[in-house]
Design a protein around this ligand. Sequence first.
Ligand code: SAH
Length: 250
Amino acid sequence: MLLTDVKRRRHLVTLAVGGELHLHTGVVKHDDLIGANEGITVRSSKGARLVAVRPTLSDYILEMPRGAQVIYPKDLGPILMLGDVFPGATVLESGVGSGALTTTLLRALGPTGRVIGYEIRDDFADRARRNVEGFLGEDVPLEIHVRDVYDGIDENGLDRVILDLPEPWRVVKHAESSLRPGGILVAYLPTIGQVARLREELEESAFGMEQSLEVLHRTWHVEGQSVRPDHRMVAHTGFLTSARLLVPSG
Ligand code: SAH
C-alpha cells in the first residue's frame, strides 16, 4: 500500500498480518489496512491521518529500491508509444538496470508477450527481477541474461529493441539482424552528443524514420487564487530516439 500523510510524504509498505509501520507521526497497524477499501483514511497511534491506496506503477517505480538509475515515469510512457509496445510483443531490453522500464514493458505487453533482458551486471539483474516481481508477481514472461549486448543479440524476429546504456550505436548492427522488418528500435540517452553519434550510425544502417525528442513535464501549483507553474521542475532527464527497420529498396 501507499500511505500519504497531510504533508504529502509517501510511504510504500508491503502489508503483513500483525505488521506495524513506524513513522515519526506514530505507528500504523497493518491489520487496520488489510481487507479495507482503497482510499480509506487511517489514524496512527499519535492521531496523524494517512490516506491508503494501492501504489500505481509510477508510485512503485519512484519508491522501489534502486541499483542503477531508473528511467522516470515521464519518459516511460512516451517510450511505450514511440516503441509502439503492444500486447503479445517480443521485446529485447538492454541494460535492465533496476527494472523500471522492464516492469513497464511487461505490463504493456501482457502475459502473451515476452521481455528478453541483457544486463552486464549480475547484481543489477537480481535487483531488477526482485523489483519486477514486487509489482507484477513471479509469473511474468521475463528472462534476464547476464551478458554484454555489444557482443551481439542471439534472438531473431524481435518486434522491438529498447536500449538504455551508454553506447547504443554499438547495438545498431545487432538490432538490424535481430529485428523483424518494420521492427522498432528505441534508445534513451542522457546527452545530445550520444544522440548525434547514434543518429550517424542509424544513417548508415537499414533503419529509417528516425526521430529524436525530449519530454518536458511541468507541474502546477493549484491552491485557491494561486494557480501557476511550480517554481521547480526537472529540466532534464534524457533524450529519446526511435527508428524503424526498413527493407532496403533495390
Ligand atoms: N532502464 C533501466 C536502467 C538501466 S541503467 C531502468 O529503468 O531501471 C543502464 C544499465 O545498463 C546498467 O544496469 C548497466 O549495468 C547496463 N549496461 C551497460 N552496458 C551494458 C552492455 N554493454 N550490455 C548489457 N548491459 C549493459
